[in-house]
Design a protein around this ligand. Structure first.
Ligand SMILES: [Fe+2]
Length: 245
């Protein structure tokens, strides 16, 4: 399995507090069957994102962790107009491994109407947005059809593994089920932050997804699709969402 959204680097955001915790999180992930983690520190008003500095931290962590899990760099980009302009100016500073895929987190309290236009512009620039954890966003819990519209614009959707197993409460669980049943989930990621509450791991979520949509789709969500993301390829599982069920 491959985890494309994980706060594995220490002391750069609200992820692990120490290098030792980062290393232990990698061990937990490997024990769960994760072969590759994309380190995705926040880029938002609270946490400055400095790609070169983060790259240096990753080199250091790789030395401690060894070959498994493989560690590469991405970004948990909070959607704002400033961040949108920064990505348009230099996409490879924010995309996963400098390739075509970009994690985009939408604000919990307001989603600007211009977001559709911004997604379209990103696609024109060759950037594929991956919308992170819409199942945890109160606005999208109320109006999940918006997520389906963004898929029509070419965006992919990532849900949180622990939302599928109930760790984010009923609303997030229902929203994740709603999306899964409509073929509107493309990737499951951990969004892990620590060793206690938001731990690494994808195997439980994979089992939960398989109960809803079968083993083949569950495999695509934790393996084939995230593998295509880190390889910079088109997603092998990207069906048209089922709007009318
Ligand atoms: Fe995150």
């Amino acid at each position: 399995m491959i985890d494309i959204h994980c706060h594995i680097l220490a002391e750069v955001d609200d992820g692990p507090r120490s290098f030792e915790d980062s290393t232990e999180m990698c061990r937990l992930a490997a024990a769960d069957g994760i072969e590759h983690i994309v380190a995705t520190p926040h880029a938002n008003e609270r946490y400055h994102y400095d790609r070169d500095y983060l790259d240096g931290l990753l080199v250091h962590l790789r030395k401690s962790v060894g070959p498994v899990p493989r560690l590469t760099l991405g970004c948990d980009l909070h959607f704002s107009y400033d961040n949108f302009l920064a990505v348009m100016a230099l996409p490879q500073r924010y995309t996963i491994e400098g390739g075509r895929y970009l994690l985009v987190e939408l604000n919990n309290y307001s989603i600007p109407v211009q977001v559709d236009e911004c997604f379209t512009q990103l696609r024109t620039k060759g950037v594929h947005p991956i919308i992170t954890h819409p199942e945890r966003n109160p606005i999208l819990q109320q109006n999940p059809l918006r997520v389906l519209q963004w898929i029509d614009l070419g965006c992919a959707v990532q849900v949180t593994g622990s939302a599928l197993t109930g760790g984010w409460g009923e609303r997030a669980w229902h929203a994740a089920q709603w999306l899964l049943k409509r073929n509107a989930v493309h990737i499951i990621a951990s969004d892990a932050h620590d060793l206690v509450r938001r731990r690494p791991g994808l195997s439980s979520a994979r089992e939960a997804a398989a109960e809803v949509c079968g083993e083949d789709v569950a495999h695509a969500l934790v393996d084939a699709n995230p593998r295509a993301v880190v390889d910079g390829q088109s997603l092998p599982y990207f069906p048209a969402p089922l709007a009318k069920i």
